[in-house]
Structure formats: C-alpha cells, structure tokens
Design a protein around this ligand. Structure first.
Ligand SMILES: C[S@@+](CC[C@H](N)C(=O)[O-])C[C@H]1O[C@@H](n2cnc3c(N)ncnc32)[C@H](O)[C@@H]1O
Length: 214
C-alpha cells in the first residue's frame, strides 16, 4: 500500500485535528529521513508506518482519561509515547516522559519533540536508573514491544506502587503473560482488542501489587 493510502487509513481511525495531523506529518518526514542513516525501525514496517506505528500508538489516547503525566518505557523511535505527546499537545498540563537508553534513538526523539513542539522530555538512560531517580507523579506507564508484563511491573514498581496505571500494547501472548506475572503480582487488568492489529491486545493494568512471600 502506498504511504499516502496508509496515511489516509490511519487518519480515518484517529479523531485528530488538522494541526495534529500536520505535526504527525513532520514526525513521519523526520523518521523517513533519519531511517536511511540511523535505522530506527524495522525497514519492513516503513511502508505501513502510519497504521503500524502511529495509529497503533494513538489508539491509547482515549484510554488516558484525565492523565497529566505519562511515562513511556523503551520508547525506541517514539511508539507509543511520542505519538501520544503530539496528539495530546492541546491537553492542559499533559506531558510525556520518554525513557530510551539508545543514544541514537534518544537524539531522534529530541529532534521530533523539538520540531513538533510536543510536550515531551527525553531521558536518555536505562529505565532502571530513571525510576530510581524519579521523584514525580506518574498517572500512566506505557510500553510497546519491550518486555513481558511481569518485567514491566518490576521495572515500574515504584510508579505502580504510587498509583500509576499501565497501558501496554501486546501481541497474542497477552493472556499467558498475565498468568505468568500472576505468580508474583496481584494484577487488576483488562485486555481490549487492538484497533490496528487483529492479533493485538491493549493491556490495561489498573492496579498491581507484588505478592508477599512464596
Ligand atoms: C523493541 S524496541 C521497541 C521500541 C518502541 N517501544 C516500539 O514499540 O517501536 C525496545 C526499545 O527499548 C529500549 N530499551 C530496552 N531496554 C531498555 C532499558 N532497560 N532502558 C531503556 N531503554 C531500553 C531499546 O533501546 C529499544 O529502543
């Protein structure tokens, strides 16, 4: 499918303003430019960048409720965190923290955030170091294609203990991940169908507490 048709399909799923669509265009232009030298996403996904990456990320928007602060673990080229920041630009007080340890990807994230004026801060560091130093509040933790939910809960324990909810874009193994993590965590979670991927699931973790003892 040509890029223009993929863009039209993605935008038909997303209720975004003309201004947001323009910002997303800037994002995609930069991604295509940087990709030739920095290899930021799997080349096979570029043809469907709008549906595969942007619309996939943006489907979390309605689930943010009134969240002000989002922390995105392992942002890569910005999915889902940077898309949420761009699409949420008009929400008062909204801010997304993008945590990405790869320096080349972090530079790209900074460049897109600057060019789109997205309310985002890039933390070029390991998630473990970020959470250890984190002193703020987080309403939501997001992640896509980073780790099974049990590992995400380990990484974000401090944030979940303080009341953050999790929004994780998952594949077909989401049920099994919850079963595995349930050995160590008491989890209130819901699995919603992905709008963009028939095998995908959106995992909504409303509460997670580590089980004590064996
Ligand atoms: C498979 S990519 C997924 C990127 C993006 N979330 C997406 O869905 O396209 C995982 C990303 O997480 C980053 N990452 C992995 N472990 C990390 C850690 N402990 N701290 C910070 N970033 C990490 C990697 O550098 C990589 O960019």
């Amino acid at each position: 499918m040509p890029l223009e048709a993929d863009r039209a399909l993605a935008l038909s799923h997303l209720a975004v303003s003309h201004e947001t669509a323009v910002r997303l265009d800037i994002y995609v232009d930069l991604l295509l430019r940087w990709q030739t030298i920095k290899n930021l996403v799997a080349p096979s996904t570029l043809e469907h960048v709008w549906t595969r990456h942007l619309a996939d990320s943006a489907q979390l928007l309605p689930l943010l409720d009134g969240a002000h602060t989002v922390v995105d673990f392992g942002s890569g080229a910005g999915f889902p965190g940077l898309v949420l920041a761009i699409a949420g630009v008009d929400r008062p007080g909204f801010h997304v923290h993008l945590v990405e340890s790869n320096g080349r990807k972090a530079s790209f994230l900074r460049e897109v955030a600057r060019a789109t004026e997205a309310p985002a801060t890039v933390h070029a560091m390991r998630i473990e170091d970020f959470t250890a130093a984190w002193r703020g509040n987080a309403d939501i933790v997001t992640a896509r294609a980073l780790a099974p939910v049990g590992d995400l809960l380990d990484l974000g324990e401090k944030l979940f203990r303080a009341g953050a909810r999790g929004l994780f874009l998952k594949g077909r193994g989401a049920d099994q991940e919850l079963t595995d993590a349930g050995k160590y965590w008491r989890i209130d979670a819901q699995l919603l169908p992905s709008v963009t991927d028939p095998t995908g699931r959106i995992m909504v973790v409303s509460k997670a507490a580590r089980r004590s003892g064996p």
